[in-house]
Design a protein around this ligand. Sequence first.
Ligand code: NI
Length: 170
Amino acid sequence: MIRTILHYPDPRLREPGKKVTEVTDELRKLIDDMAETMYAAPGVGLAATQIGEPWQIFVIDIAAEDEPSNLQVFVNPEILARDGEITWQEGCLSFPGVQEDIDRAAKVRVRAQDRDGKTFELEADGLLAVAIQHELDHLEGVLMIDHMGPLKKRLVHRKMQRREDAHATR
Ligand code: NI
């Protein structure tokens, strides 16, 4: 089922996700919904908190359009190591129409569980490293706007607020 993606400045985006103690069938259903919602948007990543579900879960698929899809599920993710620096032009499904350069670690080592609750570790660089850090932020209630300088922050805030006001009066 395709879920509604919350847009900034919805306060629910600031609520951190709760740790998953067991990946139940109910949570697997949520993961399916998250994947469906991400693909429909379309986007390369989606965190549970972006659809108002307060769990430490995100999904990522960075496969190019001409490649087969490659869904990666991260439950209770944690970054074990970061290395280097990279600047990437990021977007976010909770910030429609916004694309800004954000500084991130160039490489990360992450530990998480998959949709069967099995623990895995992964080393990532490039887009995958950026996406993991972006989605992990969501699970802590941190948004891309928090990584911007004061001027950009004001501009993006105003743009999103205007967009929200326009929707509210429709
Ligand atoms: Ni995002």
